[in-house]
Design a protein around this ligand. Structure first.
Ligand SMILES: *[C@@H]1O[C@H](CO)[C@@H](O)[C@H](O)[C@H]1NC(C)=O
Ligand SMILES: *[C@@H]1O[C@H](CO)[C@@H](O)[C@H](O)[C@H]1NC(C)=O
Ligand SMILES: *[C@@H]1O[C@H](CO)[C@@H](O)[C@H](O)[C@H]1NC(C)=O
Ligand SMILES: *[C@@H]1O[C@H](CO)[C@@H](O)[C@H](O)[C@H]1NC(C)=O
Ligand SMILES: *[C@@H]1O[C@H](CO)[C@@H](O)[C@H](O)[C@H]1NC(C)=O
Ligand SMILES: *[C@@H]1O[C@H](CO)[C@@H](O)[C@H](O)[C@H]1NC(C)=O
Ligand SMILES: *[C@@H]1O[C@H](CO)[C@@H](O)[C@H](O)[C@H]1NC(C)=O
Ligand SMILES: *[C@@H]1O[C@H](CO)[C@@H](O)[C@H](O)[C@H]1NC(C)=O
Ligand SMILES: *[C@@H]1O[C@H](CO)[C@@H](O)[C@H](O)[C@H]1NC(C)=O
Ligand SMILES: CC(=O)N[C@H]1CO[C@H](CO)[C@@H](O)[C@@H]1O
Length: 352
């Protein structure tokens, strides 16, 4: 029995001693024991300290720095000064963007070039309509980022839809999204960050505010020749320059088709666009309409324009055509005055 106990005790002791070897002389006075312990195991503490410092540095670099880098990218402001959409072809465009990126400049860091997509923020699905290559930048306070590239339109539906929104809406939200890498100066490592900026931009607002002046009717025009000439002043509240080409619109007074109107070689620039227009109008229909009780008093008719054809260098540009035909643009035309100055007759109201 006692034999067995001894064995058990021995076993227990052995187990304990294996685990708590460093504290075995715990029976000795505490202070002395600790010093002795320190003397013997200083290297372990040093190791722990070094590991701690290394860990802290690692955490800062691998967790803190990426977080800060992402925060700085999030805080950066992207502003666009101008966009040119030129060399417009059915399947490609040349896109030029003048933009600035503003940061607080507190971190010096190089940001890699990256491919970003653009999509309509407020259209569910957020399908990209364009891919753009963004150049490498640094963390400077104020940077010019000018881009010029030939872009293939890969998703025609998405690009057509963007053009419909851009033509119709007063404002629209476009998001630029991409993944890139940031290299803070002084560190050799690069960290992945997400670049996502939503830009609230002005659309064309269906050319609201367009005016038509100097209208002249040519009654001697042969059939198929334009019988109406005028100057249109088309406002472009956006910062886009668009190479549209020959744009033809079907004109309506209420639901009556009164013929076609063409704006040749339309290059729409920001601000005011004074362009010549020609039209092949159904003069009988126009005369009938202007004499109805609705319009005869003022002679001013809100003419509705719906895109019928957009042709640039012989090719149809479906995306602009969609933009100009999805909604009617309404332009008030002083038909009464045009008739008076061209034909010398005054529009009269029907006698009742
Ligand atoms: C960018 O700025 C340059 C110089 O002012 C100008 O010539 C060019 O048309 C601008 N491009 C765009 C897209 O605004
Ligand atoms: C870049 O765009 C800015 C306008 O944002 C313009 O002042 C500058 O001249 C442009 N630079 C080049 C090289 O086109
Ligand atoms: C953008 O590029 C990616 C990969 O190159 C491609 O899968 C995607 O369809 C492109 N999107 C658009 C809208 O062009
Ligand atoms: C923008 O215009 C499109 C097409 O007319 C319309 O469906 C959409 O609701 C508009 N979106 C906003 C946010 O105004
Ligand atoms: C765009 O975003 C802004 C700010 O997030 C919001 O106020 C606005 O309603 C959005 N839609 C349009 C069409 O501007
Ligand atoms: C169109 O412009 C007129 C003034 O030119 C303005 O009163 C009206 O609110 C505008 N409509 C839209 C939808 O912006
Ligand atoms: C444009 O006006 C015509 C003629 O009134 C009409 O038939 C057509 O539905 C209108 N289109 C839209 C999108 O309102
Ligand atoms: C108007 O133009 C369209 C497209 O060019 C054409 O299909 C249509 O026949 C024209 N309509 C009239 C009345 O000239
Ligand atoms: C517009 O049409 C006219 C006459 O058909 C043509 O000479 C001209 O080249 C066209 N312009 C464009 C930009 O396609
Ligand atoms: C009438 C109109 O909306 N005009 C605007 C056209 O665009 C420029 C800027 O690109 C604005 O300053 C105008 O107010």
């Amino acid at each position: 029995m006692s034999d067995k106990q001894d064995t058990e005790n021995a076993e227990v002791y052995q187990t304990e001693s294996r685990v708590e070897q460093p504290t075995v002389p715990a029976a000795a006075p505490k202070k002395k024991g600790f010093l002795a312990h320190l003397k013997r195991f200083w290297w372990a503490y040093l190791l722990v300290l070094i590991c701690g410092v290394v860990l802290a540095v690692c955490l800062t670099i691998f967790v803190g720095v990426p977080k800060i880098a992402q925060q700085k990218v999030n805080d950066a402001k992207l502003e666009i000064q101008g966009v040119n959409v030129i060399n417009t072809k059915p399947n490609s465009i040349t896109l030029q963007i003048n933009s600035t990126i503003t940061t607080d400049g507190s971190i010096k860091a190089n940001i890699d070039a990256f491919d970003g997509v653009m999509y309509l923020e407020d259209l569910p699905g957020q399908t990209p309509f364009l891919n753009i290559s963004f150049p490498a930048t640094n963390g400077d306070k104020h940077q010019l980022v000018n881009i010029s590239q030939d872009i293939t339109i890969e998703d025609h539906d998405a690009f057509n839809t963007f053009n419909i929104w851009f033509a119709a809406n007063q404002t629209l939200n476009v998001t630029v999204y991409g993944k890139t890498k940031v290299k803070p100066s002084g560190l050799s490592k690069k960290f992945g960050v997400t670049f996502k900026k939503t830009i609230n931009m002005n659309g064309l607002n269906l050319f609201n505010g367009t005016t038509v002046s100097d209208g002249k009717i040519d009654i001697s025009a042969k059939k198929g020749q334009p019988n109406f000439k005028a100057t249109a002043d088309i406002p472009n509240a956006s910062y886009f320059t668009l190479e549209i080409g020959n744009a033809t619109f079907t004109n309506f007074i209420d639901n009556t088709n009164i013929g076609n109107l063409t704006i040749p070689n339309l290059l729409l620039v920001p601000g005011s666009n004074k362009v010549p227009i020609t039209a092949d109008l159904d003069q009988v229909a126009v005369l009938e309409e202007v004499q109805t009780p609705k319009y005869c008093k003022t002679g001013i008719i809100p003419v509705k324009l719906k895109g019928a054809a957009v042709v640039n260098d012989g090719q149809t540009l479906q995306y602009f055509l969609d933009g100009l035909s999805a909604n009617n643009e309404t332009v008030p035309m002083d038909i009464g005055s045009i008739i008076k100055s061209s034909l010398g007759t005054t529009v009269s109201c029907p006698k009742s």
